[in-house]
Write a protein that binds this ligand. Structure first.
Ligand code: GDP
Ligand code: MN
Length: 376
């Protein structure tokens, strides 16, 4: 789960990282009062779970409370990369001397963590990494050893950060470990004109598997900003909405991922990832199909099931249940193989729905679904 900046900021503060004083509101009128309480001059910042807000006009320096109100009025309701701004944070402005980039991120391939740091923070770190890779230090962190003061000093030295940042680097690691985070990123971490090291922005991604240990985030809003994702989660389905036109349903995360690749390989774009899991019942299949079909961007659906524990006849039964429940208006391409495939195929054949077609191979089915979704 990604946190909002104001939530991440709270976690950083809890672990002793300096952050500017700030308040959050969803009202422009209130923004004016809060700006006054914060001393008049404030930075007004859109609270959305996406980066690059500064460039997109979502971060504005306001000279006085009326300007803060105007900025808040403009930013609230703004669309930033598909995220609607519902709240703004007002922060005490900080005089910036230098801007750094610091993050700790889980490196699954290496089975450890990676510290990424640069003395060229503030802007797009991806751009810096692309144009001047030598300006970005990438240092593996052994999870058992963690970031000790000595390790932090090594990270700072490699990235060209001043020794003053060492204490903050250690604290940011503590945020990662104690809060069960997969990512802690501060861009920019700044040295202020009065010589303090302050986190001006914060991004924290928590490990959902450790949610039970962090009850305070239980009711965090915006977790499923997407209504279909929320509906799927309510039914216990593993569904992620993507931005293509081929609905994808499969059993097992690996098979679904390969199906996404197969669809992309045919020149179409997957509209979602939906894993109905092992041992999926007819109801799960029907629920999943309901969700995928209710995405207006979907133009064809590809069901790719390799029956192991899941029996293909149960999947076929689920497809037929769903077809009865919703009025099917989009073509459905089904590939069934493995456990009870013959029975499953026979059930679908017997029904002979005009919009349901079967293709025996995964590549063939992906091809057909991609063609159907991109035709006309
Ligand atoms: P992002 O664009 O979504 O990463 O949002 P940030 O929180 O990083 O803000 C973008 C930029 O605004 C930062 O890189 C800073 O240069 C600037 N900024 C943010 N807060 C302050 C502040 O308190 N004082 C000053 N002078 N600049 C700020
Ligand atoms: Mn930033």
């Amino acid at each position: 789960m990604d946190l909002y900046e104001h939530q991440a900021r709270q976690l950083l503060a809890d672990h002793g990282v300096l952050v500017p004083r700030a308040e959050v509101t969803d009202s422009a009128d209130r923004a004016r009062e809060l700006a006054r309480a914060l001393g008049g001059r404030v930075v007004v910042k859109a609270q959305v779970k996406t980066g690059g807000r500064g460039k997109a006009g979502g971060v504005v320096l306001a000279a006085d409370p009326p300007a803060a109100e105007r900025a808040a009025r403009r930013i609230l309701g703004m669309d930033l990369k598909g995220h609607t701004v519902r709240t703004v944070m007002l922060a005490e402005p900080v005089g910036i001397e230098e801007e750094f980039y610091v993050s700790y991120v889980l490196d699954r391939a290496a089975g450890g963590f990676l510290a990424i740091a640069s003395a060229e923070g503030g802007m797009d770190i991806e751009e810096v990494a692309a144009s001047r890779p030598e300006a970005v230090a990438r240092i593996p962190v052994d999870p058992a050893e963690g970031v000790t003061p000595a390790k932090a000093a090594a990270i700072a030295a490699a990235a060209g950060l001043p020794p003053q940042t060492v204490d903050t680097l250690v604290r940011l690691w503590q945020v990662l470990v104690r809060e069960d985070a997969l990512l802690v990123e501060v861009n920019p971490l700044v040295r202020t004109t009065d010589g303090r090291i302050v986190a001006l922005d914060g991004k924290v991604t928590l490990d959902d598997n450790a949610r039970f240990r962090h009850a305070r985030w239980g009711a965090a809003d915006g977790e499923h900003d997407d209504p279909l994702e929320a509906a799927a989660a309510a039914k216990g389905l593993h569904y992620v909405r993507l931005d293509g036109e081929v609905g994808v349903i499969g059993n097992g995360a690996g098979l679904v991922m390969s199906t996404l690749d197969a669809v992309a390989g045919c020149g179409a774009r997957p509209a979602d990832f939906l894993d109905i899991g092992g041992g999926a019942s007819a109801t799960v299949m029907a629920d999943g199909l309901d969700i995928v079909l209710s995405d207006p961007a979907v133009r064809a659906v590809l069901v790719n099931v390799f029956g192991g524990i899941t029996a293909c006849d149960a999947v076929a039964d689920g497809i037929l249940q769903a077809v009865d429940r919703v009025r099917l208006t989009k073509p459905l391409v089904v590939r069934l193989d493995g456990n009870n495939a013959a029975r499953g195929r026979a059930l679908l054949d017997a029904r002979a729905h005009p919009l349901v077609q079967q293709v025996p191979t995964m590549d063939g089915a992906a091809r057909r679904a991609a063609d159907l979704a991109t035709a006309g």
